[in-house]
Design a protein. Structure first.
Length: 109
């Protein structure tokens, strides 16, 4: 009896790059979350999920935001000399929403 090969990523279209267009932000996040859900065997940690999304944030303000997230996560803690690490998935998604997604209150203003 042979051992099945490990499952890789499902071959579907990955999300488009996100360039800080607030009108596209919700769709971008939803597309990423669907892709991550379908490939949960590969993206099975908060760090992997966060880096996956950051890899599509290369342009304009999103590039700066992604660079800042990465820099903070990889910066050594002055006391322990080890990196602080990425935030939790929930915190990352909340930060993304607060930064890029227009709320009904701000759209009405």
């Amino acid at each position: 009896m042979s051992t099945p090969a490990p499952i890789g990523e499902a071959h579907i279209i990955k999300p488009n790059n996100f360039d800080s267009n607030k009108g596209y932000a919700c769709r971008f996040l939803s597309s990423c979350e669907a892709y991550l859900s379908l490939n949960e065997q590969v993206y099975n940690t908060d760090k992997r999920k966060i880096i996956f999304i950051l890899s599509f944030m290369l342009e304009k303000a999103t590039g700066d935001w992604a660079t800042n997230c990465t820099t903070i996560a990889l910066a050594p803690n002055p006391t322990t000399k080890t990196s602080t690490g990425f935030s939790t998935w929930e915190d990352f998604v909340n930060d993304f929403r607060n930064t890029f997604i227009i709320t009904n209150d701000s759209a009405d203003a």
